[in-house]
Write a new protein. Structure first.
Length: 634
């Protein structure tokens, strides 16, 4: 582990860190709480101050302060380290000082630009009137720092230069365009006979230092929506064209400059990774276990204003695998608040396929035809109807099934073909075999065609896999704890073995009984068992002593996890008045039976092979081994 990580952990108490997110109660040497990562009525979330780890014995989540912050805040490892380093007062050096400095400059510039745009909005009655007409209340406008960029070529640039920011830094923030950078495609209309070029803002300039007059504003005559990362830093902006009294009167003019313009990619902004509003709604996504995904800031803001708090929006991009990887950390249910007419469905199909491939429970929010969420909420005055809105979302396959039924008249062969040709590709994309079987049977009954014929047709449908690998999808480079699978996913013999070892860490009085049965413990945990059996006292397994033993990090982490598990298990035994001695005796017996049965099953298969090969000698040897194992169960 890097020395800086150890320094952070030494300066922060896991109880204090986790206690800011969940209500912890003292439970002996540890603390317990209801798990923040799954619903439960009885606390199974345990925090150990001595070992500086947490573990939930309900859902299997566990680790240290870094792991917890990554999970609860949906952060990448480096982001969690930075936040905790700030708390601990530890200076990090994993990025070059130059890059860190430039990132901070861009964030500072964005913060000042936000203040500038807000002031511009305060002074523009026409824009305020437009926002009110769209249904936004003043408190929402202030809460999300909406602003306005005037129809001026250099008003923001002049302001930022007066605030002592350098022209090259302003250009790299994406808020300004440099005339010295290579021209790509113009996104600006000609004004007064002068046509300004668009450029790759956010990339280091090739022209060296810039003069004040070398740059001009990227956003003009636009409503401005600040874009925050998950930690609440302003990393970019979306600008929506505001016609008002500007010369942009025709659709052609608007298309020329773009109805919506985002900050280009910079050191801190990538639109494929940003979900509008997530910094405010992430807690609700955890609590409500459902995410409403909409397109654009206005839909988000009207939803938030109406009391829909588990909502996020994409900003000028379709849903990406990176977005889904972020949302997956909060819950598995995704409600799409997209326009799902025929054209809208085609546009949303890739997003739906990606979400299904990542095993989201996908639903569709069906609104009045032709209305987006913002328009719907503007017209809807009944609070009860708004409150019940998400409950009316229908599963995606139900949506497809209902649409399929409208594709053709099933009283004719051509009609049946139309229904099937629409619906079967949707079934093909399902990951779960049971889901596929259910929908095949349902459509088979509807069109009155044998299911085997549909299965044959399904095999012939070639569909590109929706499991698209995105180079930006997060890959966590660090875990200070062994990756823990659900108990249900582990072999029973491993579950039993780990439970016995956990008890042994706390109580050495039954060490001899464990040694007598050592051969039954799975190989995966044999190394840990050897270490524990070689210890003279339980105190030898305390964290400070484990560090002196020069063990592999994953072994130390596993022993710490098992020690925490023992605390939890012992509390349960005491609660239900169960003797530890009797429990150990039963667990050892169960472990022996489980392992012997597995070995006997293997021998039975080998006997069948020997019979098939007519190898009598091998068969007799195997039978003796089988009988010997049977005696071990007596």
């Amino acid at each position: 582990m890097l020395p800086q990580l150890e320094e952070i952990k030494s300066k922060l108490d896991i109880v204090e860190v986790i206690g800011q997110y969940v209500k912890l109660q003292k439970a002996g040497a540890n603390y317990k709480a209801l798990c923040p990562f799954h619903k439960e009525k009885t606390p199974s979330f345990i925090v150990s101050p001595s070992r500086q780890i947490f573990h939930c014995f309900g859902c299997g989540a566990g680790g240290d302060i870094f792991t917890f912050l990554m999970k609860i805040e949906s952060l990448e490892f480096n982001e969690a380290v930075k936040l905790l380093a700030d708390k601990a007062g530890v200076k990090l050096v994993y990025e070059s000082p130059e890059v860190n400095s430039q990132k901070q400059k861009i964030i500072d510039i964005n913060e000042k630009a936000k203040e500038f745009f807000e002031k511009q909005l305060e002074n523009n009655i026409e824009v305020q009137g437009y926002l009110q007409k769209r249904g936004l209340k003043s408190e929402i406008i202030k809460e999300f720092h909406l602003g306005f960029a005037s129809d001026d070529w250099r008003s923001l640039v002049n302001f930022l230069i007066k605030e002592s920011f350098k022209p090259e830094d302003i250009a790299q923030s994406g808020l300004a365009i440099s005339k010295k950078e290579p021209t790509i495609i113009s996104n600006s209309p000609s004004v007064g006979g002068t046509k300004y070029p668009s450029a790759r803002a956010g990339l280091p300039t090739q022209a060296g230092k810039l003069q004040d007059t070398d740059i001009y504003d990227r956003f003009r005559s636009r409503l401005m929506f600040p874009l925050e990362d998950v930690s609440g830093h302003i990393v970019g902006f979306t600008g929506r064209i505001f016609q008002g009294k500007s010369p942009l009167k025709t659709i052609k003019d608007i298309e020329a400059v773009g109805k919506y313009v985002n900050t280009p990619q910079t050191l801190v902004f990538d639109k494929s990774k940003i979900l509008y509003g997530l910094s405010k709604t992430k807690t609700y996504l955890h609590q409500l276990e459902t995410t409403l995904l909409v397109e654009g800031q206005m839909d988000f803001l009207m939803g938030w204003q109406a009391g829909i708090k588990n909502i996020v929006a994409t900003s000028g991009t379709s849903l990406t695998p990176y977005h889904l990887a972020i949302l997956k950390k909060y819950n598995n249910t995704l409600i799409l608040g997209f326009d799902m007419d025929e054209a809208g469905e085609r546009a949303a199909e890739r997003s739906i396929d990606l979400a299904l491939a990542k095993e989201f429970n996908v639903k569709i929010l069906q609104l009045s035809q032709g209305k987006d969420l913002a328009d719907y909420l503007l017209d809807t005055k009944d609070p009860a109807e708004i409150k019940d809105l998400l409950n009316k979302a229908i599963p995606i396959m139900d949506f497809y099934y209902n649409r399929a039924k409208a594709m053709g008249d099933i009283n004719s062969l051509e009609g049946k073909k139309a229904v099937i040709s629409y619906f079967l590709p949707k079934v093909k994309k399902l990951i779960n075999s049971l889901d596929k079987a259910f929908w095949l049977e349902k459509i088979s009954r509807y069109v009155d065609i044998d299911i085997h014929a549909l299965e044959d047709e399904l095999k012939r449908i070639a569909i590109e896999s929706a499991k698209i690998i995105d180079e930006n999808e997060p890959e966590y480079q660090y875990s200070s704890s062994v990756s823990l699978t659900s108990i249900l996913e582990k072999p029973r013999c491993q579950v039993l073995g780990e439970r016995i070892i956990a008890f042994l860490i706390k109580d050495f009085s039954f060490k001899d009984e464990v040694k007598e049965n050592q051969k039954y413990f799975p190989e995966k945990i044999s190394e840990i068992l050897e270490i524990i059996l070689s210890a003279k006292l339980p105190e030898d397994l305390e964290p400070r002593n484990l560090q002196k033993m020069n063990l592999k990090e994953e072994i130390v982490d596993k022993i710490n996890e098992l020690a925490l598990r023992a605390d939890y298990e012992l509390e349960m035994l005491e609660k239900f008045n169960v003797s530890l001695k009797e429990e150990i005796k039963k667990q050892l017996s169960d472990l022996k039976q489980e392992v012997v049965k597995i070995r006997q099953k293997k021998i039975e298969n080998e006997i069948m092979i020997a019979e098939k090969n007519k190898n009598e000698k091998q068969k007799q040897d195997l039978i003796k081994q089988f009988d010997q194992l049977s005696k071990e169960l007596l």
